[in-house]
Design a protein around this ligand. Structure first.
Ligand code: CA
Ligand code: CA
Length: 178
């Protein structure tokens, strides 16, 4: 069993997607969110198709564990099972999860994420712009940009690290509020 600290962070991550706070995330949430994401980016048809497919893959696999609807309890159960089966593979899985989403944020593919990139993700997952700015700054941007790798590593730490004595800027953000 993952320790309480890690489980509490999985719950934080899940809460990001559970906008209406009913304790579950479903297929419709994904639809709304990915459409909003593609529209806010004003992607043309081909690009939109590719982004939507990546978005679906990401949510479907890493958030919903292949289900069409998932409760927080089921999510935690799946996370924990994978963690217990092999911590190494679990870390790899979370790495992949964050690689996918951070690369999706980097729409121009220069390896850097701008504030606007993150704000669009915030808006597409129904979070406020002001809050998004605070979150962006928590990633310690240089010249207004955060490397994809750095952002992915921070979120992987959130999802895998059991040691609560290690500083974690994202935990602070979750505690301050979404
Ligand atoms: Ca929900
Ligand atoms: Ca970029």
């Amino acid at each position: 069993m993952a320790n309480d600290f890690l489980v509490s962070k999985w719950k934080m991550w899940f809460s990001w997607f559970d906008h209406n706070k009913d304790g579950k995330v479903c297929r419709e949430d994904l639809e709304t969110s990915r459409n909003r994401f593609a529209n806010l980016h004003h992607f043309e048809a081909e690009r939109k198709k590719a982004a939507m497919a990546t978005y679906t893959l990401w949510w479907g696999e890493y958030l919903m564990w292949g289900k069409s609807e998932i409760t927080e309890a089921e999510f935690i159960e799946n996370q924990n099972k994978a963690f217990e089966d092999s911590k190494e593979e679990f870390v790899e899985r979370m790495n992949k999860n964050q690689d996918i989403v951070c690369n999706l944020l980097d729409t121009d593919g220069d390896g850097l994420i701008t504030e606007e990139d993150l704000l669009i993700m915030f808006q597409s997952t129904e979070h406020d712009e002001t809050v998004g700015k605070r979150w962006f700054n928590a990633h310690d941007p240089v010249d207004g940009k955060v490397p994809v790798k750095k952002m992915a590593d921070m979120w992987t730490q959130l999802l895998t690290e059991e040691d609560s004595s290690k500083p974690d800027a994202l935990v602070k953000q979750f505690q301050t509020g979404l």
